[in-house]
Design a protein. Structure first.
Length: 250
């Protein structure tokens, strides 16, 4: 059994693009669509004033430490984006009920005529954690990706991930020259060669590319810096707190 919830009286916070935020406790839900249901005039509702949105488009429901999305439209697939992730998203097909959404911060996007509408942001701040287990004797588990925050390669990794860590899920990975320029305040000697060397090193360290002794033949890995950044963000190898390193704050 999981314990350790931070015991919010609510499960999720729904923030409409135009309107006041709603806080839903477990079991509560809020519909959204072009029109408010006439039979429930006083109930919470997220109104999306667009002709391309169904009158009763869907429903957001709170469920413990996550939320569920029902797509009540007949033809449109809905997309829930994770703005803090590496392009992560969940697609909810027409007619699908109670699709679980696992992201802590989510953005619901609806296709409507020629537009893509950002309908709501949803925060799921309630977290449940397992009880701390009694330590087991024996050899410690080997870390999956042992990274040293004091090394220059970690500075390079943080600079590569910076746009996504600042919430731009669709941002392109900075170029090598942009990374070098970003790092010069804290690493004056940073240049294209030193940054590229560290990206090559990260690709090997994160097991995205075989080391020199293991390669049958040479050859550069296409999209190396993109792959490095995507892996780091996906597995939380670098976080928002690490951005302080780019300002010289350890």
């Amino acid at each position: 059994m999981d314990h350790g919830s931070d015991h919010h009286p609510f499960s999720i916070i729904v923030v409409p693009a135009d309107g006041d935020q709603l806080r839903l406790a477990p079991g509560q839900s809020v519909p959204f669509g072009r029109e408010r249901p006439p039979e429930r005039p006083g109930d919470p509702h997220v109104t999306v004033a667009h002709d391309g949105v169904s009158r009763r488009a869907g429903r957001i429901a709170a469920e413990g430490a996550f939320w569920k999305l029902s797509n009540l439209s007949r033809r449109q697939t809905y997309v829930v984006e994770n703005p803090e992730g590496a392009g992560e998203h969940v697609k909810v097909a027409p007619g699908r009920l109670d699709a679980p959404i696992p992201f802590e911060f989510s953005r619901l996007v609806l296709p409507a005529a020629d537009d893509l509408l950002r309908v709501v942001d949803v925060w799921a701040p309630r977290h449940d954690y397992h009880d701390e287990l009694t330590p087991v004797s024996g050899q410690a588990t080997t870390a999956a990706f042992p990274l040293d925050r004091s090394k220059r390669y970690f500075l390079v990794l943080t600079a590569l991930c910076e746009p996504r860590l600042r919430g731009d899920a669709l941002a392109t990975t900075p170029t090598v020259d942009q990374v070098a320029q970003r790092l010069r305040p804290v690493w004056p000697a940073a240049n294209r060669t030193t940054v590229q060397w560290n990206i090559d090193y990260l690709a090997v360290k994160l097991r995205l590319k075989a080391g020199p002794d293991e390669e049958a033949c040479g050859g550069r890995m296409h999209g190396k810096k993109d792959a490095v950044a995507a892996l780091a963000v996906r597995f939380d190898l670098v976080g928002e707190d690490d951005l302080a390193l780019l300002e010289g704050n350890a």
